[in-house]
Design a protein around this ligand. Structure first.
Ligand code: GAR
Length: 194
């Protein structure tokens, strides 16, 4: 069993996919903490419905990223968290957490990186008029969606595709791919530790 913390900022449908995968035994992990930087975000409701502990913080209340990340780090250590899983966490991870979790922070992004990094990757792909986009899972470094790529999956943009229909297709891929890829990473790590 791998102890993880899930960081989210919004709806939390990827958090839900992880909760569900753990529930059906497809992902051997325990969510020790849900971290959220937005009050009222639906991911917090999902966490409480699943009886998971959560930590909500107001980034602007702290002097710097280092100060609030130190606070988060303390909680992660108290709960023996081994991996940080970003699920729609719309904030750059700073040196405090990067140094404490080397190659152990993972992100999911709704495009085929390095195309369309940053915010609104789905809107960026539609605006660019490409016919192919997708989903990327990667290790997090100090850049915006720039760390080493772990897995990618294509999603075709059909003629007449709307934002809603593309979002739906991308989310469906994310919800299937993220638990699978995490399970592979965690089981490989456990094999290496045995
Ligand atoms: C997901 O599509 C995720 O890939 C994206 O935010 C969405 C969150 O949805 N992340 C990024 O854009 C990171 N740069 P959710 O809150 O329903 O899981």
């Amino acid at each position: 069993m791998t102890n993880i913390a899930v960081f989210a900022s919004g709806n939390g449908s990827n958090l839900q996919a992880l909760i569900d995968a753990i529930g059906r035994g497809a992902l051997e992990a325990q969510i020790k903490l849900v971290v959220c930087d937005r009050p009222g975000a639906y991911c917090l409701t999902r966490a409480s419905q699943a009886r998971l502990p959560s930590f909500m913080f107001y980034p602007q209340k702290y002097q710097s990223k280092a100060v609030y990340e130190e606070l988060i780090l303390r909680q992660l250590r108290e709960r023996d968290v081994e991996y940080i899983v970003l699920a729609g966490y719309m904030r750059l991870i700073g040196p405090t957490l990067l140094e404490a979790f080397p190659q152990r922070i993972i992100n999911i992004h709704p495009s085929l990186l390095p195309s369309f990094p940053g915010k609104d990757a789905i809107g960026q792909a539609l605006a660019a008029g490409v016919t192919l986009t997708g989903v990327t899972i990667h290790y997090v470094d100090e850049g915006i969606d720039t760390g080493p790529i772990i897995a990618q999956w294509p999603v075709f943009i059909d003629p007449g595709e709307t934002r809603e229909s593309l979002e739906e297709k991308i989310h469906a891929v994310e919800h299937e791919l993220y638990p699978k890829v995490l399970q592979e990473i965690f089981s490989k790590r456990r094999e290496n530790l045995d």
